[in-house]
Ligand binder design. Sequence first.
Ligand SMILES: Nc1nc2c(ncn2[C@@H]2O[C@H](COP(=O)(O)OP(=O)(O)OP(=O)(O)O)[C@@H](O)[C@H]2O)c(=O)[nH]1
Length: 666
Amino acid sequence: MYKTICRTLMQTIGPGIWKRRTLFTTFVRLENKTDATAKGTAGTEAGAASNLSQDALLQEFSRMPVKRIRNFSIIAHVDHGKSTLADRVLELTGAIARNAGQNQVLDSLQVERERGITVKAQTASIFYQYKKELYLLNLIDTPGHVDFSNEVSRSLAACDGVILLVDACHGVQAQTVANFHLAKQRRLAVVPVLNKIDIKHAQPDQVAKDMQLLFGIDPDSVLRVSAKLGTGVAQVLERVIETIPPPNVERESAFRALIFDSWFDKYRGALNLIYVLNGQLNVGQEIQSLATKKMYPVKSLSVLRPAESAVESLLAGQVGLVGCNMRNSKESIIGDTIHLKHQTAEAAGSYRPQQPIVFAGVFPVDQSKHVALRSAIDKMVLNDSAVTVSVDSSPALGQGWRLGFLGLLHMEVFCQRLEQEHGAEPIITAPSVTYRIVLRNPKLIKQHGRNTLEISNAALLPEPTSIEEYYEPLVLGTIITPTEYVGQVIGLCVERRGLQQSSVNIDESRILMKYVLPLSEIILDFHDRLKSLSSGYASFSYEDHGYHPTQLVRLDIHLNGRPIEELCRIVHVSKATGVARQMVHKLKDLIPKQMVQIAIQACVGSKVLARETIKAYRKDVTAKLYGGDVTRRMKLLKQQAEGKKKMRMFANIRVPHETFIDVLKR
Ligand SMILES: Nc1nc2c(ncn2[C@@H]2O[C@H](COP(=O)(O)OP(=O)(O)OP(=O)(O)O)[C@@H](O)[C@H]2O)c(=O)[nH]1
């Protein structure tokens, strides 16, 4: 019937492309709605759940039996449509209004909206009516980028299943493989879903076959949806209810819960997102942290729908927010277990935060901002448990911190959030991986009390004569690429000192390759280069692969003969000259012209590998001369040159604070 209506309307309004698209969208939505209604499910606009008032729904929380709770995450490669699917699920269940004018509702941070990516997993507790029974679904939308994989593993600790979402046009990508294995390691139920079937060149059949080859998933069990148009979303929720088991928890035993996220609220301090494993927690009770043994009164309990709604109690199997006067990340620890005070409890989960791989110094612009920056970093670390913090100091930048991140994007996002959410403007120094060195100098061995050191700050690398051996971290990278780009991809891996381990044809047009690569070669721009040489089609993910012996040198940067500690780097011997040339060239563009000439040199020890000069501003001191002898002109120029020589001796060269990061981008 809708097809007929569409056809009639099309004839009336003519063949405009946008109109056709609008009509198609309307048609698919109408048809979808009819499908769901015909099946007698809650696939209507908001399901029967929306017939209940907000108060009545909150009442449902307190009596929801465990067997009608499902906790799951949506996992996928970056941009495969997780947040869009979450939007449709929220609309379908009535948690948000349809066409409210905001897309990717769960991507609420400013940085997420600006960059168009999810960086923080978000939770929503929603109700869905299925076969005349109301279900409580705790959904977690996770990020897809490899730098935020800690968010995925943290979320999976509170789930019993996942929706594995794959773009029907781009197919299985490297992060799909990594996330699938994460879910399998935790023995979670997997609901396979193909997204973007509305796109003309989507190949759902082929992608379903690839999923069978790579994951052993039966192609017939793969659901097909368009998150953008809402097609098939009701079926996804039904499959979630049918295949993901209810939480394995006990309501009768003493209260115990896992903290799996936290953030800072100006008025209430640290708020903890918990997954209740046993018993029940009520407002007014006192809880104790298993890690710190400290006790706290429960001030508030709420559920996220996705906006916060206060509740009086949280029951086993549920996910909710606890406000209990915790102040900072040292009290509110992700992965910690909380229980009722003076009771004993077993640790709740096996969640371990991922180890950071990239380290950088973070310093206040001037020391008067030290306290404010410390408080901002503390609040941010509360919300991003993957970041590690230790105290650091630099002769030029003063007291600061050395922060560990999961990648360069993670670092950029963290610093952007520091600025946007806390008004801090830190200086960030060159990021580095952690190298291991074996000392040969007995004096240094005695001073450190051991002969092996871990170095992530190039300025702390001892003289080469004191070092016996160098070791660098490796990763095992998975690359999936269309066959026509294989040559360029292999070229890039070889350029980055990679060694191929295996290569498998996924189908006739795509290849999965495994490479062992030095971590230092991939943290900066490997991903961007891979994307640009494969027109965006190749994808990459990696895992830790231990350390191996190598040859390293410290590359120092001198400005007018003065070493700039914050710019020095540890590089592989074979790359020293190339990196030196590239850095001085880049610095020449990044450092603004100043009153004095600036010599930029890159050196290893006393050997200068590359040099560039930034010419000084030159005031035309001869402008006022009107005719006259040439010797008067020469005299004025000589005076100017002498004045500048003096200035150069005392010159304090102004280096813009973005330079420390921008210089590393190739
Ligand atoms: N045509 C079409 N586009 C879609 C569909 N689902 C998502 N998109 C688009 O794909 C892009 C990425 O969608 P997101 O929902 O942000 O993807 P994501 O997986 O959450 O991205 P990250 O969280 O950054 O990994 C957006 O431009 C969406 O509009 C779909 O079913 N059809």
